[in-house]
Design a protein around this ligand. Structure first.
Ligand code: 6MZ
Length: 338
């Protein structure tokens, strides 16, 4: 069938949801550049640009150290939270689950950080017809004590948009097993859990994570056939971050990405950006990539977006609203009304 609109145009217009976006990794490139230009003791080009060119998994993490040198203070956190949500809204993302690790700056506490993010989320969401919830991230390099503290702070703001807990960070650092008590506490407190898994080869830990049965997994790149068959039978939804995996050299290119296999198995998957700023992508672009690479038609892309809603940690009422917004978009997307 001939389409008047390009695949890119369709993917941009398609209402979408984003479930795997790290706040500091989603920072606008122009904001990073501006913060760098403002810095008194800078020398030469923004190191971020150099880091972006290097091509291995660890260099992706070196970009976060550059970001953290520049993003200091709650005024900057407030700004980037608003900008990130605006950027998602601009490309027709109707629901976002942002995630971030809580930080203390100078005399400001981690709870202050959380409050600034939640307020910026609320205010920006109301302006842009987008719903936003937050996942508090635990960095796997942190101590168990810090992880416990993050869960306690999340509990204090549970009624204000914190819906879940994420385990993230450089996968060569720390261990899931050591932080597990904090995740168990989060579960007892009623939080949904999403854990980064199998971003590098670590089959033993991936097995432990599967046995723990979180509500979702992030990435799930390096899996043996046995681990995959357990994942498929448990039907744990996977947040798929194709551009992130390619740019951090976890896979050769889109065609070899495990999206293809998971999609053919009808495993629940959600297309996500991971770090829009660091990896220069957007949710629309992730949809275009799978449309192009795996020859998905427009109805299939629509269904992929629609089915992602089931995997979100939003309330049932909100999920119904997202589904309705999707149904209402069908005519303007050039799809027949079913
Ligand atoms: C694992 C990642 C990540 O929390 O400061 N992060 N963790 N794998 C990834 N794949 C590339 N991308 C980002 O956002 C930045 C933090 O998110 C985690 C890292 O811990 C990074 O420091 P926040 O808002």
């Amino acid at each position: 069938m001939e389409h008047a609109e390009s695949l890119e145009g369709f993917c941009k217009k398609l209402p979408k949801i984003e479930l795997h976006a790290h706040l500091n990794g989603s920072i606008r490139m122009s904001t990073i550049q501006e913060l760098w230009d403002r810095k008194a003791d800078r020398s030469g080009d923004l190191p971020f640009l150099e880091a972006q060119k290097t091509k291995d998994f660890q260099s992706a993490f070196s970009m976060f150290s550059v970001i953290y040198q520049l993003v200091q203070g709650l005024d900057v956190i407030d700004r980037i939270t608003r900008e990130v949500i605006e950027d998602f809204a601009k490309e027709n993302v109707i629901y976002v689950e942002l995630r971030t690790t809580l930080k203390a700056y100078d005399d400001k506490t981690k709870l202050d950080y959380l409050d600034v993010v939640l307020k910026a989320m609320r205010e920006t969401a109301a302006l842009h017809n987008i719903e936003v919830n937050l996942l508090v991230s635990i960095n796997r390099a942190e101590s168990l004590e810090n992880a416990m503290e993050a869960v306690e702070l999340a509990v204090q703001r549970k009624d204000q948009g914190v819906v879940g807990i994420d385990l993230c960070g450089n996968p060569v650092c720390g261990k899931f097993s050591e932080l597990r008590p904090a995740l168990e506490k989060a579960r007892r407190e009623g939080f949904k859990l999403t854990l980064h898994a199998a971003e590098i080869v670590n089959y033993g830990e991936t097995q432990e994570i599967l046995d723990f049965s979180p509500e979702r997994l992030g990435h799930a790149v390096f899996m043996t056939d046995d681990l995959k068959s357990q994942l498929f039978s448990k039907k744990i939804p996977v947040e798929i971050c194709i551009t992130s995996n390619i740019k951090s050299q976890s896979c050769d290119g889109p065609l070899g990405h495990h999206f293809g296999e998971f999609y053919r198995k009808s495993h629940p998957i959600i297309l996500c950006t991971d770090d829009m700023g660091v990896f220069c992508t957007s949710v629309s672009q992730e949809f275009s990539i799978v449309g192009d690479t795996f020859q998905l038609g427009r109805e299939e892309l629509y269904d992929l977006s629609l089915s992602s809603i089931d995997c979100s940690f939003a309330s049932e009422a909100s999920k119904e609203t997202f589904r309705r917004r999707m149904r209402e978009s069908r005519t303007s997307l050039g799809l027949e009304n079913k």
